[in-house]
Design a protein around this ligand. Structure first.
Ligand code: DGL
Length: 276
């Protein structure tokens, strides 16, 4: 860690996603550690990541993570995007001067914990599923489970448009979830941070016997452990400051973001990569 990067427990946790999806992780972090300061960047100006080449997504992830460290003094980075984590986490861990936490390993651990029939499913973007990151993460858990994966192109766009119910999204879900439903999985990991906003549709298609697992809570617990281990947990009962930035339309980010995350998202500020 370069000596020039000084952080303290009052420094914010920095997090990013391609858009609104990482707000599921932000919600879990705020609920678990309300006293922490937080800076969130939604890269809505360049979303979706899921259908873009790995190199391009890796480049975006580095820009965002370095911006959070250099411009906002982040004490830790949470990659609240499966697509970015699946192609960039190792490099971010190597090059950043602060701890970096992804959503993939925490999600995989939660998934193998809840299954009873040892048939598990993971859904994610084309980028995440084709990276093989979840196959690797499940293998790392050491659990003896049969994994079925399915890419769900289009899901993210529905969330970003605030269209989380209705016939159109249901028809798409019926088609894309068929492989995991037919495999008889009893637990399904929502391997894209946008997907918890589609839980109702996904659950209707999969049936009430299938447990939907989101990596948000699990990731928040890992962040807490890491802050404790590095003695960077913010003390006291004062609620932290929560700052939200977007590279796209900030009025839309504030409007939909507040509905998805809650009252902590009062306003959004423009983020641009010019200064990096
Ligand atoms: N929330 C991102 C993820 O977890 C969505 C990626 C996208 O923009 O396609 O993968």
């Amino acid at each position: 860690m370069p000596l020039s990067h000084k952080v303290s427990s009052d420094s914010p946790i920095g997090m990013f996603d391609s858009g609104f999806g990482g707000l599921t992780v932000a919600r879990a972090l705020i609920d678990l550690m309300p006293q922490e300061n937080l800076v969130y960047i939604g890269d809505t100006g360049r979303y979706p990541y899921g259908n873009k080449p790995a190199d391009e997504v890796r480049g975006y992830a580095k820009e965002l993570a370095w911006s959070l460290v250099r411009e906002y003094g982040a004490k830790m980075i949470v990659v609240a995007c499966n697509t970015a984590a699946s192609v960039a986490l190792d490099e971010l861990v190597d090059e950043l001067p602060v701890p970096v936490i992804g959503v993939i390993d925490p999600g995989a651990r939660a998934l193998v914990r809840v299954t009873r029939n040892n048939k598990v499913g993971v859904i994610g973007t084309v980028g995440t599923i084709s990276s093989g990151a979840y196959v690797q993460a499940i293998r790392t858990t050491g659990a003896s489970v049969a994994l079925t994966s399915a890419a769900c192109p289009g899901f993210v766009e529905f969330v970003e448009r605030d269209q989380t119910t209705g016939d159109e999204v249901m028809v798409l879900a019926e088609r894309l979830l068929a492989p995991v439903r037919d495999a008889g999985v009893d637990s399904l990991l929502l391997g894209c941070t946008h997907y918890p906003y589609l839980s109702r549709v996904i659950s209707d298609v999969m049936g009430s016997g299938v447990v939907l697992v989101s990596s948000a809570d699990e990731t928040a617990f890992v962040v807490k452990q890491e802050l404790e281990a590095t003695q960077l947990m913010r003390a006291g009962a004062t609620t932290g400051e929560h700052k939200f930035l977007s590279s796209g339309d900030i009025a839309w980010f504030a409007q939909l973001g507040r509905r998805l995350l809650g009252p902590e998202l009062e306003t959004a500020t423009q983020w641009s990569n010019n200064k990096i």
